[in-house]
Design a protein around this ligand. Structure first.
Ligand code: ZN
Ligand code: ZN
Length: 646
């Protein structure tokens, strides 16, 4: 018996915990799962072989490290969503013969498939239920996913016969670009698709599926190519998980700031200025209230405030490096002989201010804040309400300091962020530290010191953080801050970045204790990031029901009838005098209708005034938080508003 023959008879693979497992030669992932235990054999969806995900049916190579994938693995959802995309294509081909299929990948929360339907067929959201029903029949049938590998020529002939031109194009590209010699086909039921895989054992593993929406998409994202119909769906391992997902979507819809913005008189978006919000009176008040909280931090932490121009000579942007690195995102304008740029960032203006004076080391750290409006050219397709815009205000600041002062400064910025976020109801703040990217300026030593300073600042506060190696800006390492909102969604807000580059570019210096000129380190920091984006996050976090201190209108006075308007006006004036933000509903509507509308307006307090209240010089108070509070004097109500504020 030669060694070769022995090797073909038995193979040994290694389990995740390092245990060796001996199997007959040619054994598959399914065999391995069965050898480990019947429970795992049933639960197995796919197998990881030396780190690569494969079908259970594929034979295992000798010596491989293996791990069986079950529905407990985070990637398992992606796998069954890919399965579900194939089942959707199967159902679509059955219901709409002559449809051309293209591609159907899993995506973050589900999957999609792009189809070219025959010209006489129109598929819209009203058809999704029908497609879903057909999918369920195939899922119940637990059709196995069967793979075969064929030559590109054979696959091309097969798809050409079926009139599947897109598949033919895909295979031709694979041959041309990657020089593939075989392609894999996956069959489920009567449907066979070009696909790299892997797939689960059968369609039966998709426990819950839902088709969600229909959209248009160009073939390969190319506007000159065919417009296709994209159907989005999602799949889960249980009906319960699917329901929880649908519930989250409903909640997110109800909180959508793009809907609440106009409804609550906060802001509006207009076709005349895409990506540039119009702030309405309530929204402008909200921005002022947010700004006031930032101002408190500025005063507390020794920041000075400046305002610099929005439009500056294009030469400045050459000097700052923005022309070279950021030109595509900038707006330009001309007047007379000169060319100008509308600022996308506030830093160059701040550097001109710093550089206009001689500075002594005794002034450092010099902390200079600016609520600076910036404009960035973004493609219209990526704009999204207040979250992705073309014009916004940064709560920006630049700190000029010595290298030795960096750690303490950064720790102070972290503390400001903690206090500020807690004030707005965000307790769960995630921190990421990003280090030197491949393309960067400055010496390795400088980077090491800067990264060490940031780490030291984070560690001195016992703060957990995630490290993103190579994700820093080209001019220095940075720390990003993320808040988690009421729906568990994470939003990046604040940032703190070290910069060796700009002080060089602007030849900034200070006079040290040694009477020599020294180069300061520059820290760019924004606590909230974009004020408007933060407002959008707050609107969704609170679903428009702001806490009393943050509500643009804290109370609304509701006269029972027209003859109470005068008393209502007097009450409102007294409240305003005491600093309460108040409105009156003077319409000639029933008080019931006024209360219902006030509910929709999400005011923290409703103050009903009729004969009884007028005679007793009180208001009948209804608090959103606490329910009916009964009759109160204006003075007591003012006290309640201010108690609620703290
Ligand atoms: Zn596929
Ligand atoms: Zn800056």
């Amino acid at each position: 018996m030669g060694r070769i023959e022995a090797a073909t008879q038995k193979i040994t693979v290694t389990l995740p915990d390092g245990t060796p497992l001996e199997l007959p030669g040619g054994a598959s992932g399914a065999d391995a799962a069965a050898a480990i235990g019947p429970g795992l054999a049933k639960a197995a969806l796919a197998i990881r072989v030396d780190g690569e995900l494969r079908d259970l049916t594929a034979p295992l190579p000798d010596g491989a490290g293996i791990a069986i994938l079950t529905d407990r693995d985070s990637e398992a959802l992606e796998l069954i969503r890919h399965d579900a995309a194939h089942v959707m294509a199967e159902a679509v081909m059955e219901l709409y013969p002559g449809t051309k299929v293209t591609i159907g990948p899993p995506i973050e929360h589900g999957f999609y498939y792009d189809f070219e339907f025959p010209p006489e067929v129109k598929v819209g959201e009203e058809d999704l239920e029908r497609i879903e029903a057909a999918m369920r029949a195939h899922i119940e049938a637990a059709e196995p996913f069967e793979r075969r590998d064929v030559s590109p020529d054979e696959a091309i002939a097969l798809f050409r016969d079926q009139g599947q031109d897109y598949k033919v194009e895909l295979i031709e590209d694979l041959v041309r670009d990657e020089g593939v010699e075989t392609v894999s086909l996956y069959r489920n039921g009567p449907f066979e698709d070009l696909c790299r895989g892997p797939h689960g054992p059968t369609t039966g593993r998709i426990a819950a599926v839902k088709l969600e929406s229909v959209a248009g998409a160009y073939w390969r994202g190319d506007e000159s190519r065919q417009m296709l119909t994209r159907i989005y769906g999602t799949a889960f391992f249980s009906k319960k998980d699917l329901e929880a997902h649908l519930e989250r979507i409903e909640q997110a819809k109800a909180r959508d700031h793009r809907r609440l913005g106009p409804q609550l008189g906060l802001f509006m978006l207009r076709e005349e200025a895409p990506g540039m919000p119009f702030w309405l009176p309530n929204g402008t008040t909200l921005l002022r209230l947010i700004e006031a909280e930032v101002q408190k931090q500025l005063r507390k932490r020794g920041y000075e405030e400046i305002k610099t121009p929005q439009v500056m000579d294009v030469e400045l942007w050459h000097r700052s490096g923005h022309w070279d690195n950021y030109r595509e995102n900038m707006y330009f304008t001309e007047w007379g002989e000169r060319e100008y740029a509308i600022r996308p960032m506030n830093c160059p203006g701040a550097c001109l201010v710093f550089g206009s004076e001689r500075h002594s080391y005794r002034e450092l750290p010099l902390r200079v804040a600016e609520f600076g409006q910036v404009s960035r050219a973004e493609r219209e397709g990526v704009l999204h309400g207040l979250l992705r815009v073309r014009a916004f205000t940064q709560d920006d600041a630049h700190v000029y300091c010595t290298e030795d002062q960096v750690a303490a400064e950064v720790a102070d910025i972290c503390e400001a962020i903690d206090e500020l976020y807690a004030r707005f109801g965000f307790e769960d703040v995630k921190v990421e530290l990003s280090t030197r990217p491949e393309k960067s300026i400055g010496s390795a030593e400088q980077w090491e010191r800067a990264e060490a300073a940031l780490r030291e600042a984070l560690e001195s506060q016992g703060r957990e953080y995630q490290l993103n190696p190579g994700d820093g800006a080209f001019y220095g390492p940075k720390i990003d801050f993320h808040v988690t909102d009421a729906l568990g969604r994470s939003w990046q807000c604040g940032t703190c970045q070290l910069d060796f580059f700009m002080p060089e570019r602007f030849d900034l210096s200070y006079v040290g204790a040694d009477d020599e000129q020294h180069r300061p380190v520059m820290i760019h920091r924004a606590l909230l990031g974009s004020m408007e984006r933060f407002a959008g996050i707050l609107i969704e976090h609170y679903a428009g029901r702001f806490p009393v201190w943050l509500a643009p209108v804290q109370a609304i006075v509701l006269p029972v009838s027209d003859r109470h308007n005068e008393y209502a006006t007097k009450v409102a004036a007294e409240l305003r005098e005491a600093g309460v933000r108040v409105e009156i509903d003077e319409r000639s509507e029933s008080v019931g209708k006024k209360v219902r509308d006030a509910e929709l307006g999400r005011f923290p307090y409703m103050l009903v005034v009729g004969d009884k209240e007028q005679e007793a010089s009180v208001v009948a108070v209804r608090s959103h938080e606490q329910g009916e509070l009964g009759a109160m004097s204006v003075a007591d109500l003012v006290k309640a508003v201010y108690t609620a504020e703290t």
